[in-house]
Design a protein around this ligand. Structure first.
Ligand code: ZN
Length: 288
């Protein structure tokens, strides 16, 4: 297992971690200042600064991407909705290409409209079928342009609104069905916040192997968790056995970045961005 204690060369910053403090261009500057070698930006943050400007800034600073957030949200009420979702995913794939991302992270979606409290239907089995078909369609385009897709299984507490793929096993089943040759075109983004509790985690990480493990996201699970979406902890502040899980991931062959992704309405989004980044660096050395 790699030694993270001496430097932070394998730290990537998911830029949502300081989204409340700074726009993306400032985030990139602050990362460059701290020798953070990679980021994973969100589409709205890129759009706010401008795609070409961000691409240029990444080239100028030498900062790489560890992923691009995000595509997905495939289920829809009707055919027009499916078409719109597919077009939007193609756009995300094109943007990822421009930015030199290694993959597009997919938050696959679930009951259409549930995010606003008014789902068009309540059949989660139907949503799963639509997710499968949506990934298949997006994958066709992604293969053409050479952009891998990474399915991110989300914690089951988000099964209605954000993702009806809730375990690594389910995500890998989809990968095996759509990419039986393990080509590298389809894999998973493993986010410990969503999967740490899973009794099959070690087994499924081994099943995934290096060809399917496209991204690895870290934070921590706080006691108590006060908000289902935006109360992620800083690494070392919660109950996730981060080093043990990274050991499994590396044993499976993963040698990429560990990407710090912390949505924290009540704590880290309230603090100065400089403090957040400095803490990410020090905890990456001590706790990840
Ligand atoms: Zn994540």
């Amino acid at each position: 297992m790699r030694d993270f204690s001496q430097d932070h060369r394998w730290l990537s910053l998911n830029t949502a971690t300081v989204r409340k403090q700074w726009p993306l261009d400032r985030i990139i500057e602050e990362c460059a200042r701290r020798d953070i070698r990679a980021i994973s930006p969100w589409r709205d943050q890129v759009a706010a600064v401008g795609l070409d400007k961000v691409a240029r800034q990444l080239r100028d600073t030498g900062i790489a991407l560890s992923g691009y957030c995000r595509g997905g949200f495939f289920p829809a009420a009707d055919a027009a909705g499916h078409q719109a979702a597919l077009l939007d995913n193609r756009k995300a794939i094109d943007e990822a290409k421009t930015l030199g991302a290694p993959c597009v992270v997919l938050v696959v979606g679930s009951l259409p409209g549930a995010l606003t409290g008014k789902p068009a239907y309540t059949d989660i089995g139907r949503a799963r079928n639509e997710v499968f078909d949506g990934i298949a369609a997006a994958l066709e385009y992604a293969r053409q342009v050479g952009m891998p897709l990474a399915i991110e299984p989300l914690h089951p507490m988000q099964a209605a609104e954000r993702a009806c793929v809730n375990t690594l096993e389910h995500a890998l089943d989809i990968c095996d069905a759509l990419d039986p040759q393990h080509s590298g075109a389809l894999g998973v983004a493993l986010d410990i916040y969503h999967v740490w509790w899973d009794p099959k985690l070690q087994q499924q990480i081994a099943r995934a192997g290096a060809a399917r493990l496209l991204a690895y996201h870290v934070c921590d699970w706080l006691l108590p968790t006060r908000d289902l979406l935006n109360d992620r902890g800083m690494m070392g502040d919660g109950v996730v056995e981060l080093k043990k899980i990274r050991g499994w991931v590396e044993e499976a062959g993963y040698q990429g970045y560990s990407e710090v992704e912390i949505f924290s309405e009540l704590d880290w989004w309230q603090r100065p961005g400089e403090e957040v980044l400095d803490t990410c660096v020090s905890r990456h050395r001590s706790a990840v």
